[in-house]
Design a protein around this ligand. Sequence first.
Ligand SMILES: Cc1ncc(COP(=O)(O)O)c(C=O)c1O
Ligand SMILES: N[C@H](C=O)CCC(=O)O
Length: 424
Amino acid sequence: MSESRRLYEEAQRVLVGGVNSPVRAAIKPYPFFVREGKGPYLFTVDGNRLIDYVLGYGPLILGHAPEPVTRRVMDYVSRGWLYGVPTEIEVLLAKKIADHFPSIRRIRFVNSGGEAVSTAIRLARGYTKRKKILKFEGCYHGAVDYVLVKAGSAAAHFGVPLSAGVPEDVAKLTLVARYNDLDSVERVMRSEGNDVAAIIVEPIMANYGVIPPKDGFLRGLREIADRYGALLILDEVVTGYRIGLGGAQRYYGVSADITTLGKIIGGGFPVGAVGARDEIMDLLSPRGPVFNAGTFNGHPISMVAGLATIEVLETTNAYENAINTSRRLAEGFNDIFSRLDIDHVVNWAPTMLQVFFTKGEVVDHETASKSNTKLYLRLHEELLKRGVFIAPSQFEAMFTSSSHTNGIIEETLRQVEDSAKALR
Ligand SMILES: Cc1ncc(COP(=O)(O)O)c(C=O)c1O
Ligand SMILES: N[C@H](C=O)CCC(=O)O
């Protein structure tokens, strides 16, 4: 019996489903257990080396254990790591983010993307004095009651469009429109717009595979939100610092009222952040009546790792590497599946991509759902056998990091070719 299998059997006795987040249980017949990660590689307890395109579901844009981040964390840890009072490092990271995101003047650090989203929604409700939220089918914003309606990611993979335990009275405050379809937004807003506190969107949908916004979609949302007096929340938990400094809002030239961040700004340690202009943020406790608090908010180790990561992104060619390799990977997937005459679509955005086994374009949850998800899972399994780890779910993304060299991409593509042949 492999060591991973033994550990999984043990894990199932004490952890629900043997895991702590459901997508991890999507690896069949059982998830592999990791001994360590270095650069683009994971090393399993079974002695396998895997090229990693999951990267902790996005945070590790520099790869595993990059030297500048490791050094800063190790230095910091010897000074203790939790004080219950502020540290300079929180201020430095907040200033850095405010420099990169003009729509953000003040920040509150929390511990996860989901917490950031729930704080952002509470703020939007406090600011507008309205109750409803408009989200998009297939977008995922964390395991948060207000947005667990027709969500992507593991909620889509395991078929949970409405989570049990979310009171109907809460779910009915969440309205749903179709991503990349401004008419569907207009329709909802025409009948309910005066009750809508915020439109929340992933600027690039990254939890239903990867689905970039069509030209004008995000600007259209900005215009509709303004017209109805609702706030626009850009959930940049994935895209913030992945698409580039300034996130998707800089890349697509659209400004958010409230931005949520997570993942990369903690350098792979737990983190979330909500940011906006002063007038909105000053509603938050202790200044205002909208409550937020957290024992671990602004955790020094997450702050130091996030700051070190962003400094590397600012001062090296890390983005150039990660963007070029993601592009080459997308082209390679396309070439291989075209040559083998397998219907497919590859969607790409800087440093992220996903392959869908379908004809035509993938622009929303419906077109993505036409993908042959079983074939995708077989691809994941064939690649895993050959030392390449892509997400075990169609409704996740592939990510590259600055540690993925051209050589590693070419090695990956050789394995993709062999895997694709095995699919026929
Ligand atoms: C766009 C987006 N928002 C929010 C979240 C929630 O973040 P976390 O898992 O850190 O709670 C995620 C990922 O889980 C995400 O992809
Ligand atoms: N899609 C999720 C976050 O982006 C995946 C992480 C998880 O739920 O464990």
